[in-house]
Design a protein around this ligand. Structure first.
Ligand code: IMP
Length: 431
């Protein structure tokens, strides 16, 4: 985008209208080209899956080796036109297309891809009956949200009048499963109370007389806490969140995780955080918290940890984790040690604190996709697929951000505030 910006955006010698049109046409072409590169990548990835010996690498993957997997095609050119209308990107002469412009275009393309499927299938409904109709009607089945910064401001909670609550209720009324996948980790009864505090506005609405949702729609609200460790579901009789026993939803690989190893990882990272805290002279201004499946360092009331120190700590914890997860000498029984890298751990910078959690949001989202398919109240034949699942969050930088992992399990949208979440949901509902 930098090239057409430089070549076409200088309007000192030409008619401004023509310059704007040229510039828009060039940006459009570029997005069209990237769109086909994405298409080619999806095509080759599918071929490779069918025949692993093939190993064809797409042009886009050659250019960007760190590229993840695409679960849907992305109508980038159309998304650009829409965002250009909203943000007047091509009319700018002095400020080139920015990171945020591109983030918004990608988000819109993802929503368009998911809602186009919606539209197509809705159009096909006439004439399709019974179970078939139910399966056809909705392609997007599960929509998950990060908590802080995505649903509510950092450290705050949902208010019943909040714009986000109205949209979440709308999603439930459309028959979608709505999940909150948060790092905040609290098990059992204490968890039900803690998550109620954060989601108060939504749960109060579900319990109110003016809520018109059917019971099954209300019970499509799920909360996955501590990344992928504790599951709660709204229960209409209890009028609140019910803790779901691990046995009912833990993925087979997670069930096999060795508790001794988990404790070893937690103890080692706890000691490492103490070392880092001493190193930065943060003894008086921070507290280290150790839970069953996470350790973290948080600032004391009225204090703050510098951004650079947060980043240093998260990188240092990740490095420590890598040494533990790849070393076999940490355990007396070396055959067990070989399996230690099966345990997923994530270290992240929460903006004002640093946490190391057992599990990650990829597992959190995948657990929901599979738990829902075991749900006896609904006739689902197979687990929810990655292309039928959308995760919305604010932490997608590749280092020290915990929503990033959700990209492995679902389509994603990267927002920067609850206001942007509302705007994306409006697109999703209206398109
Ligand atoms: P999220 O943005 O909803 O994923 O929540 C992340 C925030 O939850 C962190 O920045 C912490 O402030 C808070 N938190 C509370 N308990 C935990 C925990 O056990 N692990 C990680 N984060 C936690």
């Amino acid at each position: 985008l930098a090239t057409p910006f430089v070549l076409h955006a200088d309007d000192s010698h030409a008619d401004a209208q023509i310059v704007a049109e040229n510039c828009q046409a060039r940006y459009y072409e570029i997005f069209k080209d990237v769109e086909s590169l994405v298409k080619q990548t999806i095509f080759l990835d599918e071929l490779n899956e069918l025949d692993p010996k093939k190993k064809s690498i797409s042009r886009l993957r050659t250019l960007v080796p760190s590229l993840g997997k695409f679960f849907t095609e992305l109508p980038l050119a159309d998304a650009f036109l829409l965002e250009d209308e909203r943000r007047a990107i091509s009319k700018r002469r002095l400020v080139s297309p920015s990171f945020n412009d591109v983030r918004m275009i990608l988000n819109t393309a993802q929503i368009m891809a998911l809602t186009n499927i919606y539209k197509q299938t809705e159009n096909n409904i006439n004439g399709i009956s019974g179970k078939n109709q139910q399966q056809q009607q909705q392609k997007l089945k599960l929509i998950t949200f990060d908590g802080d910064v995505t649903l509510y401001e950092d450290g705050k909670s949902l208010d019943e009048n909040s714009e986000v609550v109205q949209r979440l209720v709308k999603l439930l009324s459309l028959g979608l499963y709505v999940g909150v996948v948060t790092a905040a980790g609290y098990p059992r009864q204490s968890g039900a109370e803690k998550y109620y505090e954060r989601l108060k506005g939504l749960i109060d609405h579900l319990n109110s007389n003016h809520c018109t949702l059917k019971t099954y729609q209300k019970e499509n609200l799920l909360v996955m806490g501590a990344e992928s460790n504790y599951l709660f579901r709204y229960n209409n009789e209890m009028k609140g969140l019910k803790f779901i026993d691990d046995e009912e939803w833990f993925l087979p690989q997670v069930k096999n995780w060795n508790i001794g190893k988990i404790n070893y990882i937690m103890d080692t990272l706890y000691k490492h955080l103490i070392y880092l805290r001493n190193n930065f002279n943060l003894e008086d201004s921070t507290t280290i918290i150790k839970k069953e499946r996470s350790v973290g360092i948080i600032p004391n009331s009225g204090c703050r940890i510098l951004r650079e120190q947060l980043e240093e700590m998260v990188l240092s914890c990740s490095r420590k984790l890598n040494t533990i997860l790849t070393s076999s000498s940490n355990f007396a029984d070396s055959t067990e040690a070989l399996c230690v890298d099966d345990i997923k751990v994530c270290a992240f910078n929460g903006g004002s604190d640093v946490w190391v959690d057992i599990g990650d949001k990829a597992l959190g989202v995948e657990s929901l996709q599979k738990y829902i398919c075991h749900d006896e109240t609904v006739d689902h034949v197979c687990p929810i697929g990655k292309s039928e699942s959308l995760h919305i969050g604010d932490q997608f930088a590749s280092l020290g951000a915990n929503d990033f992992k959700a990209r492995l399990s679902a389509c994603t949208v990267w927002i920067a505030s609850p206001r942007e979440t509302v705007a994306i949901l409006d697109d999703l509902i209206d398109f």
